[in-house]
Design a protein around this ligand. Structure first.
Ligand code: CU
Length: 362
């Protein structure tokens, strides 16, 4: 399955589309980094080598790649132990695990769903436990809040969940080419960035997940949230409809919502606004952050500190090319309405206008 259908289509897509993609590089549990690559099903070959292939999106809704990305059936050597109620933080990056990384191109506006499945997954085992989309006209989770939080996405493990092996599947839905369905124009459609994490739920809970959906199978090219034009101004009453089932009633509230600190028994030593943008770590936040996890005996102190990231942790990870000249690689975005990233193309390419919203280094 090295050259899956979606992989081949991604090659075509890269010829005209964005190469400013993303996947999960590290997992944190209650603010503790589990190490680069650990527990993550690393995305496999997903486009031409040399232009950021491993972080390319899946567009074919009928491909097995929709489950855990390309080659997502290959287990990671490590599994992350977590307890019900724990906060798992997924750390998304575009090109490298540094504070300078842009997480995902600002053109890639969209939503995110997080699903949980007992292991091994089936065609009815994926249960949605969190979703975040368009909170106000033009205010998006992906390329918005996610980028503001330096790529960190929090999700709480459901309370009372029965122990065992599970897969946590987070997907980012980037909608910059979603004005037309992928089965209508195979060069366009919603771009889905998928990362799966192997979790071992500990404890003695008794709650089992209800029946869910399958991947592939959950989404169709006719779904309203799969085809959506983000460039059309819409009233607040018709915000983006997030695809898939509703969030399971047994799921916990998103721990990184603005109500963090009040609804979940947390006391945050610093005001929410001082660390919402970094999720425990930025260059500017150098003091320690103390979070009272409900009682005095569970107080934990997190020291903001980016770990140094090894270039390759597993055999599945990929290296990214070192730019020369400007900082934007060939096929990368270098301009367009709403774009705020780098505009200088690497040597040998020039910034070319594809449309009002997309200039690309070609
Ligand atoms: Cu992209």
């Amino acid at each position: 399955m090295l050259f899956s259908r979606s992989a081949l289509l991604s090659i075509l897509a890269l010829a005209i589309g964005a190469n400013a993609h993303t996947y999960v590089w590290s997992v944190w549990v209650n603010g503790v980094d589990q190490g680069t690559g650990n527990g993550i099903r690393m995305p496999g070959y997903n486009g031409p080598p040399g232009i950021g292939y491993a972080n390319s999106p899946v567009r074919d809704l009928n491909s097995i790649d929709l489950r855990c990305n390309v080659l997502g059936d290959i287990p990671n050597p490590t599994t992350i132990p977590v307890a019900p109620g724990d906060i798992v933080t997924l750390e998304w990056h575009h090109n490298n695990r540094t504070a300078q990384d842009d997480i995902i191109a600002t053109s890639h506006k969209g939503a995110s769903n997080i699903y949980l499945s007992p292991y091994p997954p089936t065609n009815t085992s994926w249960v949605k436990i969190q979703e975040e989309g368009e909170t106000a006209p033009g205010v998006w989770y992906v390329a918005g809040k996610l980028n503001d939080r330096a790529g960190k996405q929090d999700v709480r493990i459901p309370e009372g969940l029965a122990p065992g092996n599970y897969l946590l599947r987070s997907e980012l839905l980037a909608l910059h080419e979603a004005d037309v369905a992928h089965d209508v124009n195979m060069n366009r459609g919603t771009q889905i960035y998928i990362s799966c994490v192997q979790l071992q739920i500990t404890g003695s809970g008794t709650v089992t997940l209800p029946d869910g959906v399958g991947f592939p199978g959950a989404y169709h090219d006719s779904d309203p949230g799969i085809v959506f034009n983000i460039y059309t101004t819409v009233p607040a009453s018709t915000l983006y409809p997030i695809p898939g089932p509703t969030v399971w009633a047994g799921a916990a509230a998103s721990p990184d919502s603005p109500s963090y600190g009040t609804t979940l028994g947390y006391t945050v030593a610093q005001p929410w606004s001082t660390w919402i943008g970094d999720g425990f770590s930025t260059a500017t936040l150098q003091t320690s952050l103390t979070i009272d996890l409900g009682t005095a005996t569970t107080t934990k102190t997190y020291v903001p500190n980016w770990p140094t990231a090894p270039a390759t942790t597993t055999s599945m990870s990929s290296s990214t090319p070192t730019p020369t000249g400007g900082s934007v690689n060939k096929y990368g975005q270098c301009g367009g309405i709403g774009y705020t990233g780098a505009t200088a193309c690497v040597t040998g390419t020039t910034c070319s206008k594809l449309n009002d919203y997309y200039y690309q280094c070609l």
